[in-house]
Design a protein around this ligand. Sequence first.
Ligand SMILES: Cc1cc2nc3c(=O)[nH]c(=O)nc-3n(C[C@H](O)[C@H](O)[C@H](O)COP(=O)(O)OP(=O)(O)OC[C@H]3O[C@@H](n4cnc5c(N)ncnc54)[C@H](O)[C@@H]3O)c2cc1C
Length: 470
Amino acid sequence: MTASTRYDCIIIGGGVSGTALLYELARYTDLKRLLLVEKYDRPAQVNSHAHNNSQTIHCGDIETNYTLDKALKVKRTASMVVNYATKLPARERDQIVHRMPKMVLGVGARECDYIRQRYQTFKGAYPRMQLLERADIADLEPNVALVNGSWRKDEIVATGTPDDYCAVDFQALSESFSAQCVRMDRDKERFSDKHVSQLYGTEVKKIRKDGSDYVVSTNRGDLLARSVVVCAGGHSLLMAQAMGFGLEYSCLPVAGSFYFAPEALNGKVYTVQNPNLPFAAVHGDHDVKERGKTRFGPTALMLPMLERYNRATVRDFFKVLRMDHNVAATLWDLLKVGDVRNYILRNFLYEVPGLNRRLFVKEIRKIVPDIEARDIEYADGFGGIRPQLIDRNTRELKMGEVKIIDGHGIVFNMTPSPGGTSCLGNAEQDMRLVAKHLGARVDWDAFEHELLTGHEDMREQQAPMLAEAS
Ligand SMILES: Cc1cc2nc3c(=O)[nH]c(=O)nc-3n(C[C@H](O)[C@H](O)[C@H](O)COP(=O)(O)OP(=O)(O)OC[C@H]3O[C@@H](n4cnc5c(N)ncnc54)[C@H](O)[C@@H]3O)c2cc1C
């Protein structure tokens, strides 16, 4: 492989973020030479794999760790996923998005008051959301409201939607984006001079600037591009820092594991967030891939690696940790909170064979009150890593996605949850940046027609503003 082709844009990483961006650049811009480079031999083998995340389309209504402002931002990007998928032929659509009931459950008087108040604040923004009293909950999720046919002892109330597109297979979504790009590349009648290429089994080793271009060195040779977008999860930060960008960040990788139970839920049941904890509370989800199983989790375990089940990435973690006084102080601030300390210990114990099921079952009895330790099993080989960033200047643990923009044609995306849901919204931001840098035209009418209308009309909702180049 030689750098004989000068690509308009090279995307590094073939998860749901990278494939969504390739799709948007190919479908909506007049850029002619696009390339995606992925180290594994298929799309979505890391966090976007169906085994490795909670398969939730986060639209903000049942996530009590989101403010209304954050909820509205994710609602727009969540709708883009549903609008994309529901325009596909039914067979393809049904592999990607799934309808089912969803709710956030309050247990006990304090949480029930909270859920009722939250309903008043959120119902204007979520017209389909309903207040669900225990009889309504029993209709949708009998195992949540009833124990042996009688009402469970605690007071419960929920808000949610009886039937909505709220589950997604991000791996199938990535494969669909990738397949659409293959079709565009081959359809020379409609896209005569477009070349949309995907190189799998190709690992990027280094990126360097060469004049106004970028040289992307891989295990198969050098590639040349006018712009680059890195969508490589935690490895995006590694590549940014190797080029001298994002040095203000450190990375705290938080692994999430799951437990399976035989079909206990018909849909998604979230619980109320403890405001002292940085990570979302455990939830129960009807699994869209492992038929007949309910998935409980994710847990939250600090693991010194950038990619789950890939020991070679331990070394990469130590490179991006960049431990200093500020990182230590941020971690210390977290550990000072008793709830956080207990949470870290509990999450560690959830990984210890022999103990884990007996401890974890106590947590999920909040959702299914009569579930027993013998009913659940640790989901071996399932789960991913959320690359949470620490801003060393502000000593802040960043909870959502972070984008590093140099302003000269290269962008780096770090994508913890809800990065799967945000794939098309995040790609929209990158497409705007790439198009501006290269002076390309974007067909915003087609974009609006295809991604902002359909199942949900999002035309009125503004795209989030991009931060100035940093
Ligand atoms: C436990 C857990 C639960 C989650 N639940 C949800 C959820 O319910 N809903 C939701 O919206 N989000 C969820 N998320 C987050 C979501 O999974 C991620 O935000 C999303 O998958 C990120 O996609 P990505 O394409 O950015 O990264 P990834 O899917 O991780 O893809 C990165 C790609 O970059 C490639 N790569 C890395 N380095 C190189 C290199 N040097 N050369 C070439 N390629 C490289 C990797 O091989 C990989 O394919 C969850 C995450 C976890 C861990």
